[in-house]
Design a protein around this ligand. Structure first.
Ligand SMILES: Nc1ncnc2c1ncn2[C@@H]1O[C@H](COP(=O)(O)OP(=O)(O)OP(=O)(O)O)[C@@H](O)[C@H]1O
Ligand SMILES: [Mg+2]
Length: 365
């Protein structure tokens, strides 16, 4: 276990009968960290969260919180609280009593309880809502009440299972900011489950990308975006162009590669050792390509192409560009400025250029 890990998940497997829902997961989470589990439906996110909460036990492996093994610790003795996706607040109780519900087992004087509730109402920015009935609230307000109910116990860890899933886009984005602020203010460790990559990127200090019960990559948002380790992660986070390539020569970090569609070009490895003749994939984000009307100065890192389709999105435009020797078009995203619109009609060739550090080398498919 790493010294400064507050939560340590060690080689955890979870089987339901013969079906393996979680496969050898090892994750360390620091105190006060906003940590997200990101992955498509059925990849094991909720199962992992439920094991942290103590509602399920790992089949193999161990979970430590604050240095203590959790295997014999029941849910109500763990320093965690969980906010479920289908936030259950009691419609017949008012807001104050809903939030105070979490305190029912703590024998506190009424005045103290109300004081704590008022503090929470301020925190979730609903100070005048104490007497409102829960069924007279909007979805976003209800979600905040559910959060307050979990936070009032001051858990060291808050487990959030797609807490914003039921909200519309606008409210969701507003709540994301509030959630992040809230987490910073109270300094609680958050383990946040989502299948929305944008949400995970916006909120998290670090993210574990999961698939079929396994962690594919654990990294910071920019690490996942800029340096994905596999095609699966690269295409799960944002849009990525992939090109087949083979290694021509290697000199330390510098490699000469022959890339279908882009030609013979120079690239750099990011740690992996490559050999001459080896097949690789080159991955490039749409915004890393630069479009120009004329051939740029460095011909070794540019190719001509034809704009096949384009989409105007206000601030940016997306272009799909046909290159010689490639079946699929290349996606390019460019900030709109005077001149970029002229690329859209496809009547003249455009030039696509890039820098070495915008190319990510990945293992072949
Ligand atoms: N109690 C259970 N018994 C049998 N199988 C289960 C049980 N709970 C979960 N599973 C299976 O384990 C896998 C992982 O489920 P889990 O709920 O963890 O997925 P998830 O990543 O949270 O998905 P979603 O995004 O849809 O909520 C799924 O295939 C699910 O059917
Ligand atoms: Mg789930």
């Amino acid at each position: 276990m790493t010294e400064d890990a507050y939560i340590s998940i060690r080689n955890v497997d979870k089987y339901f009968g013969k079906f393996q829902a979680v496969d050898d997961v090892t994750i360390d989470i620091g105190q006060g960290e906003f940590f997200s589990l990101l992955g498509s439906s059925g990849c094991g996110k909720t199962t992992l969260l439920r094991m942290l909460a103590g509602f399920e036990n790992p089949t193999h492996g161990e979970i430590y919180i604050d240095g203590q093994p959790m295997s014999d610790v029941p849910p109500h003795h763990r320093p965690v609280n969980m906010v479920f996706q289908n936030y259950a607040i009691f419609p017949h109780l008012n807001v104050r009593d809903n939030i105070a519900y979490g305190l029912r087992k703590h024998k506190l004087p009424k005045a103290k309880r109300y004081e704590m509730v008022d503090e929470m109402l301020d925190l979730i920015k609903l100070p005048d809502y104490g007497d409102r009935r829960a069924n007279e609230l909007s979805g976003g307000q209800r979600q905040r009440i559910a959060l307050a109910r979990a936070l009032i116990l001051r858990p060291k860890v808050l487990l959030l299972d797609e807490p914003l899933g039921a909200l519309d886009k606008q409210l969701r984005e507003q709540m994301q900011l509030e959630l992040r602020q809230l987490q910073r203010t109270v300094g609680i460790t958050f383990v946040f489950v989502t299948h929305d990559q944008e949400e995970a990127l916006t909120l998290s200090d670090r993210i574990a990308v999961m698939s079929e019960g396994r962690v594919l990559q654990l990294d910071t948002p920019s690490g996942l975006y800029e340096r994905p380790h596999s095609r699966q992660v690269a295409s799960f986070i944002g849009t990525m162009n992939f090109f087949e390539a083979s290694v021509k020569g290697v000199q330390g970090e510098k490699v000469d590669i022959s890339v279908r569609g882009l030609g013979d070009i120079a690239a750099r490895t990011t740690g992996q050792s490559l050999a001459e003749g080896e097949k690789v994939q080159v991955a490039v984000r749409p915004e890393k390509f630069v479009l120009t009307a004329d051939q740029p100065g460095t011909p070794s890192s540019s190719v001509p192409g034809i704009v096949e389709t384009s989409a105007y999105l206000g601030e940016r435009s997306h272009f799909f560009i046909r290159l010689e020797g490639l079946d699929q078009t290349v996606a390019v995203s460019a900030q709109n400025s005077a001149g970029t619109q002229a690329f859209g009609d496809g009547s003249k060739p455009v030039w696509l250029s890039w820098t070495e550090d915008s190319l990510v080398l990945l293992p072949p498919e």
